[in-house]
Design a protein around this ligand. Structure first.
Ligand code: N2P
Length: 340
C-alpha cells in the first residue's frame, strides 16, 4: 500500500512537471508609478509566470504604442474613457468571467459603469481624482479652484500633469463649460485660457509630479490624487483641494487586448491582483481610491483618513470618449506649448 502510494506520488510529480515548465509569460503595459513590483514578483513566485512590465504616462501613449506593437501586450491599463475608445474600436477582448473569481471583491458602485456597462471587457484597478495640492507652509492665500492656481503671482511655482485632455478640461471647468462637450466652439473659448495658463507652469510631469513639490521647486500642483496622498503622508503641509469648479474622477481598468498572445496568463494575473491582500499592497504603495472593498477593509484608519485617497464628495465627473475631438485637444495644447 505504502509502495503504491509513493508510486502514485512520483507519477503525480511527473505529470505536474510539464505544467511547471509550460508556465509562460505575460506582458503588462501599465501606468508608471501605479503597479508595485512586489505584486508582480509575488505572482511570478506563486505561478512561475514571468511578468514583463512596460510603462506609459498617458492614455495617448498607450493607444499609439498598442497600435504600433500589436501582439506585444497581454494586459493594458487604460482609464475608463480610453477603455471606451478601445471597446468602440474593437481593441479589447471579452473577459472570461469564470476565470475572474475575485471580481466579487470590487464594490457594486464600481461595477457596470458607463464605460463598460456589462463589465464585459474591463476590471477596475484603482480610481481617483485630479486635484490641487498646495504647500500651505508657503502659500497662504486660499486656493479653491483652477483660477486661484493660475495667477501671475504663482508663475514658475506650479507643477501640472503633462496631459492635454486634463489641461483643456480644467479650462472648460473654469469657463463653466461641460467637461465632455469638446466642440470647436468650446475649444476656441478655452484656447486663450490654456495659453495664459501654460506660460505660468514650471514643470509638466505626469509620472511623478510629487517630486517637484517635495523638492520645493514649486508650491502648487494639479496632480493625480494618489500623488497628493503620498505628499500628505510625507508632510501634512501638503493639502489636497478638489477644485470648486469641478474635477475629473477616473477609474483605471485592467483589460486584455484582442491581439494578446497570453490571454490565459493575463486572466490569472488580473484575478491575482483582485485578491484583497494583493489589492491592499497596491494601496500601500500607491494610495489611490481602492475600488476593491475587501482590500479596503484591510487598510488602516490612517490610510482611509487620507483626504486625497478618500476625499469627501466634490463636484466630480468622469471623462467620456469624445471621438475625433481628442486629436483637436492634442493639436491645441501642442501648438500652445510650442508657441510658449
Ligand atoms: C499613475 C497615474 C494614474 C492615474 N501614475 C491616471 N488616471
Amino acid at each position: 500500500m505504502k509502495k503504491l502510494h509513493s508510486l502514485l506520488l512520483s507519477l503525480a510529480t511527473l505529470v505536474a512537471l510539464p505544467a511547471v515548465h509550460a508556465a509562460g509569460e505575460v506582458n503588462l503595459f501599465g501606468w508608471s508609478e501605479y503597479v508595485p513590483q512586489e505584486v508582480l514578483d509575488g505572482f511570478t513566485k506563486e505561478t512561475g509566470i514571468k511578468v514583463n512590465f512596460e510603462t506609459y504616462a498617458s492614455n495617448e501613449e498607450l493607444l499609439s504604442k498598442l497600435v504600433a506593437g500589436a501582439g506585444a501586450y497581454d494586459i493594458v491599463q487604460p482609464s475608463d474613457y480610453t477603455a471606451e475608445v478601445m471597446i468602440r474600436r474593437k481593441m479589447l477582448a471579452p473577459l472570461d468571467r469564470q476565470k475572474l473569481t475575485n471580481l466579487k471583491n470590487i464594490g457594486p458602485q464600481y461595477r457596470g459603469m458607463v464605460h463598460d456597462p456589462e463589465d464585459k471587457y474591463t476590471v477596475p484597478y484603482m480610481t481617483g481624482t485630479v486635484g490641487i495640492v498646495v504647500n500651505t507652509a508657503v502659500v497662504k492665500d486660499p486656493i479653491k479652484g483652477y483660477r486661484d492656481v493660475f495667477q501671475p503671482k504663482h508663475r514658475d511655482r506650479l507643477v501640472v500633469l503633462n496631459d492635454n485632455r486634463e489641461i483643456v478640461t480644467w479650462a472648460f471647468y473654469a469657463l463653466g463649460l461641460p467637461a465632455n462637450e469638446v466642440t470647436a466652439a468650446n475649444l476656441a473659448k478655452a484656447r486663450p485660457v490654456v495659453a495664459s495658463w501654460i506660460k505660468l507652469v514650471k514643470v509638466f510631469d505626469s509620472d511623478s509630479p510629487k517630486t517637484a513639490l517635495l523638492n520645493g521647486d514649486v508650491d502648487i500642483g494639479i496632480v493625480w490624487s494618489g500623488e497628493a496622498a503620498i505628499l500628505w503622508n510625507e508632510d501634512k503641509k501638503f493639502q489636497y483641494v478638489l477644485p470648486a469648479e469641478g474635477a475629473h474622477q477616473f477609474v483605471d481598468v485592467l483589460a486584455i487586448p484582442t491581439t494578446a498572445k497570453h490571454k490565459d496568463e493575463a486572466h490569472q494575473l488580473i484575478n491575482y491582483i483582485l485578491r484583497p491582500e494583493v489589492a491592499k499592497l497596491v494601496s500601500d504603495k500607491f494610495p489611490y481610491t481602492n475600488p476593491n472593498l475587501a482590500a479596503r477593509r484591510l487598510l488602516s484608519p490612517e490610510q482611509l483618513a487620507n483626504p486625497a485617497s478618500y476625499p469627501q464628495a466634490g463636484n466630480l465627473q468622469p471623462f467620456r470618449d469624445i471621438g475625433k475631438a481628442a486629436a483637436d485637444i492634442d493639436q491645441l495644447v501642442t501648438d500652445l506649448k510650442s508657441a510658449n
